[in-house]
Design a protein around this ligand. Structure first.
Ligand code: ADP
Ligand code: MG
Length: 319
């Protein structure tokens, strides 16, 4: 099968909102005139971002999900995606499953695939997403203010725990293992939450590299510090069931791949955020406070001692 047949068969579903979709030199889009365009790219490389042999359907889902997560953390509404694929072979079964996972998630969030590139090479997936946000309402990393609450959606550490399970470094009970591997391979971008946080959150980031590390980006951009309450960090039953409590703690503080939204908000927003959590059926947990002085986040246990991250979050060039 040629490159063009592959594109035509698997990546050319209609994109009704575009003036011109897949098939020409460029796609032609109609961005809403009164909106800002939010654009982001994320690349997933086999062996670095996902394990060789990962189920292609799940990979199609995840590679779009991690990109949509960036739009969610910005408070943007998702519109379009571009997909650049390097494939070791034109394996139709693999491509069909990948496309299925990709389009299923795209459809759920009203995202249209409008273009891309396809080439032979070591398996690598690079996606560009575009969304729109009302001017002035994007949730940037530099908006945290002293006295703001720090909040996070969902639970933390599950995906990292799922990875250590797949690597054979920990043995989780079966149900916990399934939950954690699902979180790792099938993260849900928090787009609905992101949209509803516009005007409520003062800053936001999605947790892709670990809580403490990603919070550090907000602190650096905003010129502030943070104190987190260790006991308040949201833990799933699966994480609590892990017998290696040291490992579970590190996953909680610094595990990557959660794709939850970490955000700050003035204390006046507490009531609205609790209502929003109930409405979305998604836990929103207040985990700490922004403090003065540009310092790394401190995580304090109930007895006053500090919980320490044994490595500084995930950095692709650190090891
Ligand atoms: P060009 O040579 O101009 O780069 P290509 O032959 O690479 O064009 O692509 C042909 C058309 O197919 C273009 O519209 C491009 O955006 C689209 N396309 C290529 N690969 C993909 C893909 N993986 N997913 C979606 N669209 C794709
Ligand atoms: Mg091309």
């Amino acid at each position: 099968m040629t490159e063009f047949e592959l594109i035509r068969r698997y990546f050319s579903r209609p994109a009704p909102s575009a003036a011109l979709g897949v098939g020409d030199d460029c796609t032609l889009l109609r961005p809403a005139l009164d909106m800002q365009l939010a654009v982001s790219t994320d690349m997933l490389v086999e062996g670095r971002h996902f394990l060789p042999g990962t189920d292609p359907r799940r990979l199609g889902h995840k590679s779009l999900a991690v990109n949509l997560s960036d739009l969610a953390a910005m408070g943007a509404d998702a519109r379009w995606a571009l997909l650049a694929l390097a494939l070791p072979a034109a394996d139709e079964t693999w491509v069909a499953a990948f496309a299925e996972g990709f389009y299923a998630l795209a459809a759920r969030h009203g995202v249209e695939l409008v273009g891309g590139d396809t080439t032979r090479g070591p398996l690598c997936i690079s996606i560009t997403v575009m969304g729109q946000v009302p001017p002035g309402l994007a949730m940037q990393r530099d908006g945290a203010r002293v006295g703001d609450d720090i909040w996070v959606s969902g639970t933390l550490g599950d995906a990292a725990l799922g990875l250590t399970h797949l690597q054979g470094r920990v043995a989780l009970p079966e149900q916990a293992a399934r939950h954690c591997v699902d979180k790792l391979e099938s993260p849900q971008p928090r787009l609905e939450l992101g949209g509803r946080l516009r005007g409520l959150a003062s800053s936001a980031i999605d947790v892709s590299d670990g809580l403490v590390g990603d919070l550090g980006h907000i602190l650096a951009a905003s010129g502030v510090g943070a104190q987190l309450e260790f006991d308040r960090l949201p833990r799933s039953p699966a994480l609590l069931s892990c017998s290696d409590t040291g490992l579970a703690e590190q996953c909680l503080l610094a595990g990557g791949d959660d794709y939850e939204v970490l955000f700050t908000a003035a204390p006046a927003g507490r009531g609205a955020l609790d209502t929003l959590a109930a409405e979305l059926g998604l836990p929103l947990t207040r985990i700490g406070t922004i403090v003065a002085g540009q310092l790394p986040a401190r995580v304090i246990r109930a007895d006053g001692s500090e919980a320490v991250v044994s490595h500084g979050g995930f950095d692709h060039f650190a090891s």
